[in-house]
Design a protein around this ligand. Sequence first.
Ligand code: PLP
Length: 402
Amino acid sequence: MAPISFEKVEQGPPDAILGVKTRFLADDSPESVNVSVGAYRDAQGKPLVLEVVRKAEKAILEDASRNKEYLGIAGDVKFRQATQEFCFGADAKSVKEGRVATVQALSGTGALRVGAEFLATHFAGTKVYIPNPTWGNHFKIFGNAGLETAKYTYLNPATRGLDFEGMMKDLEQAPAGSVVVLHVCAHNPTGVDPTAEQWQKIVDLLTERQLLPFFDSAYQGFASGDVDKDAYAVRLFESKGQQMMVAQSYSKNMGLYGERVGALNVVCPSAGACARVMSQLELVIRPMYSNPPRHGAAIAALILTDPKLREEWKVELKGIVDRILAMRKGLREAIEATGAPGDWSFITDQIGMFTFTGLSADQVASMEKNYHIYMPSNGRISVAGLTSDKLEHVAKAIRSVL
Ligand SMILES: Cc1ncc(COP(=O)(O)O)c(C=O)c1O
């Protein structure tokens, strides 16, 4: 065998989103705007640490009974219980019957990865259906775990709305035993979610076709400001007795991005299956990173379980969602004021932190080159990254590149 030389390593392509951020940071124009990153910014365009997070952190630091010992492989017990209730609701039958295997994970990405590894180990050959388009990491996460991936229709580019018929048609053709990745709410990047009625049809189809839902819950509370309303799809499936997997993230709804707080839940048909699945999830985690970090999970657990903190969180979350809605309205109005042709109502119809503009890769490149506005090439704008003083600039730039 040839000796290892790192000289032979080829340069990898920059990450689609993080590469945009690097170019933005190198641009010192006063006009520059970064609407690429999926992280909330306050009205001044600054990262936000929630007040409730600061309070929880203070309480944790002052609690002398806490230590820095390793957590168990599955993570913080209090967090795991609280995150189940947050996801499925206090009355969920599966939780009450001890049928949900929950492990703390390195946020949503880590939860998806552990879930993918578990599927690849125990259900080799499983095909994973992923919406088109989707969050850029989905294909890599499932593909790197060794699973075959396929796309299902999601967006209708003409209406910038859901192509429900196309979606159902594709899923009808998926072989039994396939996995279907579903965004619980605030679909990234489109901001387009199925209606309650459509979710009913989706759950019926998946049940009939014996397809396993793998929910990605990265925005619970971030879509409507109401954490229960945003969990509608997961809770509907749970109420039908469906087996399923759910990856949760507290990056956005608690603003805990870099703390990497999340969980993977596997809803099983029996308590016995749950215990066996739990043992296997631990076998996936142990050789990957042994056990998850304590600090962020302790913050999330405290906020979820302390009634006063939970109430305060609710109010702050509502404030965040209201600012995003105001930016959506402001952007739409500013674009319409330029006289740009077309119907821009999709900006206020879409849900969550992103708006999928439909701008082409060339138009996006022109936005960057000529107007210092940075967004990924798929034309997705992070509305949460906009501020009132930039709306007119962004709107005029969009008008010019059309
Ligand atoms: C749809 C979706 N899933 C998962 C994630 C994962 O985020 P994190 O790993 O920070 O929880 C994101 C982040 O943007 C996302 O948009």
